[in-house]
Design a protein around this ligand. Sequence first.
Ligand code: ADP
Ligand code: MG
Length: 263
Amino acid sequence: MTARSDRSLVIRQLTGGIAGREILRGVDLEVGPGEVHALMGPNGSGKSTLAHVLMGRPGYAATGGSAHLGPHDLLALPTWQRARAGLFLVPQYPTEVPGVSLEAAMAAALEPLEDGVVEGRLVGTRPAGLSLAGALGAEAGRVGLEARLLGRPLNVDLSGGEKKRNETVQLAVARPAIAVLDEVDSGLDIDALRQVARRVAAAREEWGLGVLAITHYRRLLDELVPDQVHVFSAGRIVETGGPELAETLERTGYAGYEPVPED
Ligand code: ADP
Ligand code: MG
């Protein structure tokens, strides 16, 4: 394996999916620090499955290939250690967690570890002198999330757009090496989309965030300009190009590209 840096996401020939059904059919992808890669493709092509397999969502598993974040073999780690290794997922449908406040969740996520598992991660570095509550408030302001919503249990009773902003606040405070954004634009109005996209784009400069942005819309990519655009079809990347490929797809749609075939 030739990791380009100790904070690159390197995926090689990844296969996997859910029990009894192989959805990913050999994914190859590298996301380096500060890079933005867009992943576009028809409904049902396996984009969210890729995000779940990378993050280790229960019910999803890899069956072959590899995924490393720097020195860390992600597929060998439980989900929380993948997060500790610097991988952050903004899910397509963020989960509500009643009884757990945002601040408590972030405090636990950022708690220093003694097991040495996560050497090299950037998690939790924030401007000196800023408390966790202060950092959350400042980040909420940047993406237009009302401060009073920070007091709710995690994502509970938030609108679709508020959940996506809330997840972006968590991303900005956690400062991971790599963020996977699964249709972060869904549910966001145009102003919110711009704020979220600009926040993520700024993170490239602020701490070298690498981004894998799953999206159907060029609008996100107008603000979060991708280094590469990949077309995902039937469980693998079938075409790679520059930002112009997103424009072509917006014109032509995914005609000729396929979802995962039913077995
Ligand atoms: P995309 O995000 O590209 O729209 P998904 O990864 O969500 O595609 O889904 C790919 C295929 O796998 C679809 O046919 C979907 O129905 C199926 N699939 C994904 N997750 C599950 C699951 N937990 N149970 C059953 N089928 C699933
Ligand atoms: Mg999806």
